[in-house]
Design a protein around this ligand. Structure first.
Ligand SMILES: Cc1ncc(COP(=O)(O)O)c(C=O)c1O
Length: 461
């Protein structure tokens, strides 16, 4: 019997995170509306200074504190699995590996940074964290981390997911967090949006504005905001995924992957698996690295690279990123975690540099792929994860046509056991193909026409 699970011992867990910012000198920093670079002090009302230091750091390797490693060891290192049954089904010469992030307490990669962020906040003396959540994965992850570290937690959950995924809300309650539907009546911005758009499904951009408003509104100074993706320090915490995978691929006898794939909402699980391999690519390895987005929220493949706000109310600094415009409210597709208007600056910069080649996939193709996955490998994946599986299948078929023995690695970002409503829609034929119409795309991008232009300084082309 050939081995299909490659495990590491706790002792073999990486002791440092990899900071791609050290190898991307041209990655543009956040700026204010006046075009000036934001100073760390300007972020201090929103984040604790120890995380702001990570956000702006250009150190290549950053030590993971022992106490964080101890918590992560509850479920890490996670297995690298070989998708042998999918390979057999596809009759492909490709060898497909995936990193199984679904085994965490919350069921996805999100606890990797939730634990780190809660730990740094606690160390800084913070008592309460506020956040947004799309699909509910991030909210549950932060609720879990806050409960372990004794912090209060309040989650603004995008309305459409709040309605579609009541069990996620219950998980947050089990871990002691408060969860409200966004837009809510609990913030000024939420009330204003509800007046303008009473039937809105909500968006991550709106929920982020609400969570920031609540954090900075606490005059005791003991509340901060926590973001589950997009920012440099979040992506940094996720690199433990790719660093483990590297060790495991070696054990499996593979020199390197030929293709690395991750689905991308704000970019964190993709960055987690991919950035350690981007480092290798910068240093000469030939690797195709593919972030995969939804065709209904196609910022990387059809958006523009520009300075834009991270939230709808314009409370965040301007970030240089691929964006559809911060006023964009995506249609209520089932991959809630991919409904964000922008892509992480570091991932966006990697695209500008030609290091990453993004793709978009329609939700029907994603569910078809998720069904093949469930019937071959046996696991039911999260709707977001199905985007990575769809492209993995495309690439495995291509390898078959070309007769090439490629090594494909992808990130299995989460399980779908709390997301069965989407599967039900698919199984009853109610799920439709959807690609964002050109008119809507243009309208939404027009809203940022007058913003400062982002000019990439390329170092790697
Ligand atoms: C399972 C899963 N995968 C992927 C994502 C996308 O987020 P990110 O791009 O930050 O990894 C989410 C977001 O909620 C998610 O829940």
């Amino acid at each position: 019997m050939s081995e299909i699970k490659i495990n590491l011992s706790e002792k073999e867990m990486p002791r440092q995170w990899y900071n791609l910012n050290a190898d991307m000198p041209g990655c543009l920093p956040p700026i204010g509306p006046d075009g000036k670079v934001i100073s760390p002090d300007q972020l201090a009302a929103v984040f604790p200074m120890n995380l702001i230091e990570q956000e702006v750091s250009r150190e290549r390797w950053i030590d993971i504190p022992e106490e964080i490693l101890e918590i992560l060891a509850r479920w890490r290192p996670v297995p690298l699995r070989r998708a042998k049954y999918l390979e057999e089904y596809l009759k492909t010469p490709a060898r497909i590996y995936y990193k199984d992030e679904s085994v965490s307490p919350g069921g996805s990669h999100k606890p990797n940074t939730a634990v780190a962020q809660a730990w740094y906040n606690k160390k800084f003396g913070i008592k309460k964290l506020t956040t947004e959540t799309g699909a509910g994965q991030w909210g549950t992850a932060l609720a879990f981390a806050c409960s372990l570290l004794g912090l209060e937690c309040k989650v603004f959950m995008v309305r459409v997911s709040f309605d579609q995924k009541p069990m996620r809300k219950l998980m947050m309650h089990v871990w002691g967090a408060k969860c409200v539907a966004s837009p809510s009546h609990e913030t000024h911005f939420g009330k204003e949006v509800l007046k303008r758009m009473p039937d809105t499904p909500g968006s991550l951009g709106i929920a982020i504005s609400e969570a920031i408003e609540e954090a900075v509104g606490d005059k005791s100074g003991q509340t901060r905001y926590s973001l589950g993706s997009v920012l440099n320090h979040v992506l940094l915490h996720q690199t433990i995924i790719g660093l483990e995978a590297k060790k495991q691929l070696k054990i499996a006898g593979e020199k390197k992957p030929d293709i690395v794939i991750g689905c991308a909402g704000g970019g964190s699980n993709f960055a987690g698996i991919a950035f350690p391999f981007v480092h290798d690519k910068i240093n000469g390895e030939k690797i195709e690295i593919i972030p995969v987005e939804s065709s209904s929220c196609p910022k990387m493949t059809r958006g523009i690279f520009a300075y834009d706000f991270g939230d709808m109310a314009g409370m965040t600094p301007l970030l240089a990123m691929y964006t559809l415009g911060h006023q964009f409210v995506p249609p209520p597709i089932h991959a809630g975690g991919l409904r964000y208007h922008g892509m992480a600056p570091m991932v966006s910069h990697g695209i500008e540099e030609g290091l990453l080649t993004p793709r978009s996939v329609d939700q029907v193709q994603c569910y078809e792929s998720a069904m093949i996955w469930a019937k071959t490998e046996g696991f039911i994946c999260a709707p977001e994860t199905s985007h990575a599986i769809a492209v993995t299948i495309e690439e495995a078929k291509k390898a078959k046509e070309e007769g090439k023995e490629k090594v494909i690695l992808f990130n299995y970002s989460g399980h779908g056991l709390m997301d069965l409503a989407g599967y039900e829609k698919y199984l009853t034929g109610k799920l439709e193909r959807y690609s964002l119409p050109d008119g809507e795309l243009k309208k939404s991008i027009k809203a940022i026409e007058g913003f400062p232009k982002a000019h990439t300084k390329k170092a790697h082309k």
